[in-house]
Design a binder for this molecule. Structure first.
Ligand SMILES: *Cc1c(COP(=O)(O)O)cnc(C)c1O
Length: 458
């Protein structure tokens, strides 16, 4: 039988104390950090929802696996276990370990893109966009229109707009498009899933023009579970079967093991193309390490191999997707505007709707993120004009497409009462929204400025 209450499908094996900075300490920490929550120390934070990347709890099986780590420089047994786990899941024969997802991106794009290339994607993640642009190429976001509408209840808001993809290819010529990418789930677009039907349609456009298709597969398991829940005819399949079909439609993938690898570090680049893999391995040796460890310890490879098995467990995914929806229902039920339906790994608060009095030039989502920290020590992250704003031709800034605060839920880390606390802080902050003032950016870097920018209150 199925029980009504969905419980955390684990017992806690080891605990880490939370610190409780008071109001005065939080205010001082904000000033010190230049109102950039990336500048806070972890002791300054009560509940840390900055990211779900590398912040999850590993299982006792993963820790046990780490003791088997083979630290041989070349030909490590741990690499064999890692490679077998990746091949079993993805079906890609070429497996190249990297220290993070962005290293996989850097290597793939260095070998495939050149100045003037165009990379279509549903929505590029920030490091993916930066790595495309670093090659002098254009990162083109082609998510379906519903994906840009925070209120739309479409079940697959991460889908790529296939018509616009085809138009992009015919307008620019396939030669300018070395590869097409689809991000599952669509992190920067609200953690929204992509359907199998959409992946098949993208595949067939790619086939028509001879273009390779790569998945940015960081949250493949969450995406597979959404397919099981929402796509017709998929309910009786296992998440692993669905994930395998997703990978079968692609020519390769980049992956950050800090997400659905259930590990604290790691990543990989995997593909079918043997010749491209050979070139990527040469670059890997230059920047990451020998191809049987790629910047990771043998024990990291073990942790990822076990994580890739655990992440497709149905009890785990039911709890994972449900606990995110639980936070979303609580805050939305109190009238806080969020991106609907909630994504897999995070709840996205819609700062444009909550703070209509703060213009994009004063970074409403950053202001809201700062206020959540000030009120309750909850650290989220801005996904708005700080992250995606661009300098326009006349020097003024073109704002990002949305102004969101992402509350990312680390995997297997916080319990229901932690999430109840977060809901309370979000709701209390929203109740005094009209008092929240914007911010002025006073310092920024040329790339990925959101990590280091400094602000002051307007
Ligand atoms: C995290 C992430 C990346 C980059 O991975 P890192 O391990 O942080 O370098 C790329 N794409 C998406 C969708 C991500 O969420």
């Amino acid at each position: 039988m199925r029980f009504h209450t969905i419980i955390e499908p684990f017992r806690i094996h080891s605990v880490e104390a939370i610190s409780f900075p008071d109001e005065r300490q939080r205010e001082a920490a904000l000033v010190q950090a230049g109102y950039n929550l990336f500048g806070l120390r972890s002791e300054d934070v009560i509940i840390d929802l900055l990211t779900d990347s590398g912040t999850g709890a590993m299982s006792s099986r993963q820790w046990a696996g780490m003791m088997l780590g083979d630290e041989s420089y070349a030909g490590s047994r741990s690499f064999d276990r890692f490679k077998t786990a990746v091949q079993d899941l993805t079906g890609f024969p070429e497996v190249i370990p990297t220290h993070q997802g962005r290293a996989a991106e850097k290597i793939l794009f260095s070998e495939t893109l050149s100045a003037g290339s165009i990379v279509p994607n549903n929505t590029h993640f920030d490091t993916t966009r930066a790595n495309v642009e670093y090659q002098g190429a254009e990162a083109l976001d082609l998510v379906v229109p519903e994906g840009r509408d925070p209120g739309s209840l479409h079940p697959f808001k991460g889908n790529l707009d296939v018509e616009r993809l085809e138009r992009t290819i015919t307008d620019n010529g396939p030669a300018r498009i070395p590869l097409v990418m689809v991000t599952v789930t669509n992190n920067s677009g609200g953690g929204q899933p992509v359907s199998l039907a959409n992946l098949r349609a993208v595949r067939s456009v790619c086939d028509r023009y001879g273009l390779p298709l790569y998945l940015d597969a960081c949250r493949f398991a969450e995406n597979a579970y959404f397919i099981k829940l929402r796509e017709e005819g998929q309910a009786s399949r296992t998440p692993k079967e669905i994930a395998r079909e997703m990978f079968s439609l692609a020519d390769g993938c980049t992956f950050s093991a800090k997400k659905d690898g259930l590990a604290n570090i790691g990543g990989f680049l995997a593909m079918r193309d043997t010749e491209l893999a050979r070139r990527c391995r040469n670059l890997l040796i230059l920047t990451e390490g020998f191809p049987t460890y790629g910047g990771l310890a043998g024990y990291d490879l073990e942790a990822i191999a076990v994580g890739l098995e655990e992440v497709v467990d149905e009890e785990y995914l039911r709890y994972r997707i449900r606990s995110t929806a639980y936070l979303a229902e609580k805050v939305a039920g109190a009238g806080v505007p969020i991106v609907q339906p909630p994504g897999g790994h995070a709840v996205y608060l819609d700062a444009k709707r909550l703070l209509p009095h703060v213009p994009p030039s004063q970074y409403p989502a950053q202001a809201l993120a700062v206020e959540l920290y000030r009120q309750g020590g909850v650290r989220g992250v801005e996904i708005g004009s700080v992250m995606f704003g661009r300098a326009g031709p006349d020097g003024t800034e073109i704002p990002g497409p949305m102004e969101l605060v992402r509350l990312a839920i680390p995997r297997r880390t916080y319990t229901q009462s932690h999430i109840d606390f977060v809901s309370e802080i979000v709701i209390a902050t929203a109740e005094r929204a009209t008092e929240i003032r914007g911010l002025r950016m006073i310092e920024q870097a040329p790339w990925l400025r959101h990590f280091t920018a400094r602000f002051e209150p307007v």
